[in-house]
Design a protein around this ligand. Structure first.
Ligand code: R5P
Length: 288
C-alpha cells in the first residue's frame, strides 16, 4: 500500500501513512518554481506505485484541488496502480445533494461520476447527506470526524454541547457520548447565505462552558448568531467546533464572538487543532 497526498491534504496524507506504517509517495506540484503563469495545476509522482493499492488523499476544495485530484488519479492509474482508494476528507460540492430547481446539476453526484473514472472506492468524512453516497457509481463510505472533535472537547473540559440546527443533532449526539456531556439543539432558519435565524429556546447553559458542534463552519454566521444567544442565556465560555473549517467571507470577524474555535485537518487552517488521520487509518484498515 502507498499513500499519495494532493496539495490540499499533504500533511493529513503523511499522518495517515504514519498511522498505517506504510509508504508515502511525494508529489511535485510545480514544473518550474512559481508554477504555471496561468495558474494551471501540475503533478508528478516522485516514487513508484506500480502494482500498489494507492490511497489518494485530497480535499476537493477549493476548485483547483478538484482538477489536481483528477490529474493525480490519472497519473497513479497510468503508473500501474492496481487499486485506488480515494480519500476525500472534505468533499467540496457535497452540499448540493438534490435538484432544487429544474436544470440544476446535483453537484455532489457530478463529482462522484468523475471520481469513479480512475478510483475504485471512496472514503469521505462527515458528509452532508450520507444516504446520497449509496447512489454513487463506486462504493462510497462516510467516516466520522466527530470522534476527533469529541476527544478534544473531553480534554477541554466542556460541560455542554449544542447543535445549531436539526442537521447537527447526529453530530452532537456522537460527540456528547465521547466527551461525556449533556447536549441540546436549536431550530435554525436560513435567511440567505450569510444570515440565519434561530427559534427561541431556553437552554441549561448558565455558568457553563458550551461547545457548538457542527459539520461545517463557512461564513461563521451560524456560530455568531448562536453564540450571541448562549451569552444572553449566561454561558461562561463558548467554543465553536467543526469538522470542516472553510472560514470564508467574514468568518474571522464572526468567530471573534467565541472564546475558542476548533477544526480538524480535513481543511487546513489556523484553527486546525485535531487530526483525523487515526479515523481514516482505521477506515482504510477495515476496507479489506
Ligand atoms: C448547514 O447545514 C451546515 O451544517 C452549517 O451549519 C453551515 O454550513 C454553516 O454555515 P455558516 O458558517 O455560513 O453559517
Amino acid at each position: 500500500m502507498k499513500v499519495v497526498g494532493g496539495l490540499a491534504s499533504v500533511l493529513l496524507a503523511k499522518g495517515i501513512a504514519q498511522e498505517l506504517a506504510t509508504g508515502h509517495v511525494d508529489v511535485a506540484f510545480e514544473r518550474h518554481p512559481g508554477g504555471f503563469p496561468d495558474g494551471e495545476c501540475y503533478v508528478r509522482l516522485l516514487g513508484s506505485v506500480m502494482g500498489e493499492h494507492v490511497i489518494l488523499v485530497q480535499t476537493t476544495y477549493p476548485d483547483s484541488m478538484i482538477v489536481e485530484f483528477f490529474l493525480l488519479a490519472d497519473a497513479i492509474r497510468d503508473a500501474g496502480a492496481q487499486r485506488i482508494t480515494a480519500v476525500i476528507p472534505y468533499y467540496g460540492y457535497g452540499r448540493q445533494d438534490k435538484r432544487f430547481l429544474d436544470g440544476e446539476s446535483v453537484s455532489a453526484k457530478t463529482l462522484a461520476k468523475h471520481i469513479a473514472v480512475d478510483c475504485d472506492e471512496l472514503l469521505t468524512m462527515t458528509f452532508h447527506n450520507s444516504d446520497l453516497l449509496k447512489t454513487f457509481p463506486i462504493p462510497a463510505r462516510e467516516v466520522s470526524g466527530i470522534s476527533a472533535l469529541g476527544r478534544y472537547l473531553k480534554s477541554a473540559k466542556v460541560d455542554f454541547l449544542l447543535a445549531p440546527d436539526d442537521n447537527a443533532v447526529r453530530f452532537v449526539e456522537e460527540a456528547s457520548a465521547l466527551a461525556d456531556t449533556s447536549w441540546d439543539y436549536l431550530q435554525k432558519k436560513r435567511i440567505d447565505s450569510y444570515t440565519v435565524q434561530i427559534m427561541p429556546k431556553k437552554l441549561a447553559v448558565k455558568g457553563k462552558t458550551v461547545a457548538i458542534v457542527d459539520d461545517v463552519i463557512s461564513t461563521g454566521g451560524t456560530i455568531a448568531t448562536v453564540t450571541k444567544e448562549l451569552r444572553s442565556q449566561g454561558a461562561r465560555r463558548v467554543i465553536a467546533a467543526c469538522v470542516h473549517g472553510l472560514f470564508v467571507g467574514n468568518a474571522e470577524a464572526n468567530l471573534k464572538a467565541c472564546d475558542d474555535v476548533i477544526a480538524t485537518d480535513t481543511v487546513q487552517s489556523r484553527h486546525t487543532k485535531v487530526s483525523v488521520a487515526p479515523e481514516f487509518a482505521a477506515a482504510i484498515r477495515a476496507l479489506g
